[in-house]
Design a protein around this ligand. Structure first.
Ligand code: P70
Length: 468
């Protein structure tokens, strides 16, 4: 009888990571008193904590991934020749096969590629439209004399909107920018897959096709930031009508084929600890980039990476588009996100591809944005449990160069970012419980005053003191 009852119950189909663990790294547990000292010494900035004082490190998914045994084996095949390393050609072939771009210029990481691209393409007074800013990308555009203009859909700025493609470009906004400034002033449109600062939100293939059409009509290039393109491809497969049957690799290729080149931080999707590149279809631009890379990064066949690093990137790129890998990766982020949502913690919806973003304005409604609620919340979560998160709000956004005032972005977020293949489901449970503890006593969390402010990318090194 009992057996019959059980057989009528719907079966839950569990899934698990498509790997087993071969090497472990012990974590250090700290006391609250130790964390108080560490946080004070770090000026209430989680970027300034020592990693040794962190229990679960959700600062970033950048360069914090666990490499596979195949990648480690590849490291042993590093050809450390100054020129013409075998590993460069492997990486070139991987980029050509997976992303489809013709020419490869390796760089030490993403911002190295952004630097070179901005120098080549942007002239003072130029306008660069994009689907939301990214900190280093925008800074290199500005340093080259350009101005970034945000053309992402409004829903991207609303943490509660459940639009399935919050990374989409608003074509009306983009058309307006082109009409206002003229296509000669727009060296390229900058398209990220997925959009980091919006909460790891994807752009749809249909939207990118429309952007392509509009840009073609005006002779404007599209430069892609594919740093987390595999996660974007997974969301497209899950959500975009007509794409259910496509493989992750096919979707990645379709996205890249709609663009003219890319600046890539290999430290995320490509499952390595360091690396990046610029890839371009245009022969002349490639020539210019190859001339500049030797000035700023290294010879054009290593660009700041060791041969072994390039090999690990080449192998990681192939692993990044494996369905079971990306399903487990995005699935783990969703697991943490839904757990927090169930507890009643305000999170950005839909849950993103690389992390769960807490809505600090909803979490701490008693704090004004100029006492940096997201910074204060990240500090408080560390204090609670040793979980390290990252501010993505008023501090990250910086000051408007024209007015000198804080930009006060609509999104004031704390990012709990998951390194790939590193933490377990139990780590996610502990993280959710820690955030829940802070949520219970949220009314007592105080704001912060900035006491040291670097002129550029201030979030990395700024120091704070608690108010009151
Ligand atoms: C993060 C990291 C890096 C990144 C990115 C996108 C969409 C380019 C880059 C730059 C590291 C980071 C960077 C600045 C502030 C905080 C953290 N994102 N495009 O944690 O690549 O770091 O290799 O130079 O996300 O989100 P790289």
């Amino acid at each position: 009888m009992e057996d019959d009852d059980r057989s009528k119950k719907p079966r839950v189909k569990s899934w698990a990571e498509p790997f087993k663990i071969k090497m472990v790294e012990p974590l250090k547990m700290t006391t609250r008193a130790e964390r108080e000292v560490a946080l004070r010494d770090a000026g209430y900035n989680t970027f300034l904590l020592r990693s040794e004082d962190v229990y679960i490190d959700l600062l970033t998914d950048s360069g914090t991934n666990a490499m596979s045994d195949r990648q480690w084996a590849g490291m042993m095949l590093g050809d450390e020749a100054y020129a013409g390393s075998r590993n460069f050609y492997h990486l070139e072939a991987a980029v050509q096969e997976i992303y489809g771009y013709r020419h490869l210029v390796p760089t030490h990481q993403g911002r190295g590629a952004e630097h070179i691209l901005s120098k080549i393409l942007i002239s003072p007074g130029d306008i660069v439209p994009g689907n939301m800013y990214f900190t280093t990308t925008r800074l290199h555009q500005e340093l080259a004399g350009g101005t970034f203009v945000d053309v992402i859909i409004d829903e991207a700025h609303d943490p509660k909107s459940e639009h399935p493609f919050k990374g989409n470009v608003d074509l009306v906004k983009l058309r307006r920018v082109i009409d206002e400034h003229g296509s000669q002033k727009i060296p390229y449109v900058c398209i990220a897959t997925t959009v980091n600062m919006a909460g790891g939100q994807p752009i749809s293939l249909a939207n990118l096709r429309e952007v392509r059409e509009l840009c073609d009509a005006h002779g404007i290039r599209i430069i892609h930031d594919p740093t987390r393109v595999a996660e974007n491809a997974y969301f497209i497969k899950e959500r975009e009508p007509g794409c259910e049957q496509m493989s992750i690799a096919e979707i990645v290729r379709a996205l890249c084929d709609l663009t003219d080149g890319c600046t890539m931080s290999a430290k995320k999707d490509a499952l390595v600890n360091i690396g990046g590149f610029l890839a371009l279809n245009d022969d002349d631009l490639f020539d210019k980039a190859r001339n500049l890379v030797v000035v700023y990064e290294g010879l054009h066949t290593y660009g700041g990476m060791a041969g072994r690093d390039m090999e690990a990137v080449a192998i990681g790129l192939h692993e990044s588009v494996e369905f079971e890998h990306i399903k487990a990766r995005v699935g783990q982020v969703a697991y943490l996100g839904h757990k927090l949502q169930d507890i009643g913690v305000p999170v950005v919806l839909p849950i993103g591809g690389h992390g769960v973003f807490l809505d600090a304005l909803a979490f701490l409604p008693h704090l004004d944005q100029d006492v940096y609620p997201a910074q204060a919340l990240a500090a408080e979560i560390y204090l609670e449990s040793g979980v390290r998160a990252m501010e993505r709000g008023n501090v990250s956004s910086g000051r408007d160069p024209a007015t000198g005032m804080n930009r006060r972005p609509k999104l004031e977020l704390v990012r709990l970012t998951l390194p790939r293949r590193v933490y377990t489901q139990a780590h996610m449970d502990v993280t959710a419980e820690s955030v829940a503890e802070v949520h219970d006593r949220r009314a007592s969390v105080k704001g912060l005053r900035m006491v040291y402010e670097p002129p550029q990318l201030r979030f990395f090194q700024a120091r704070f003191e608690p108010i009151g």
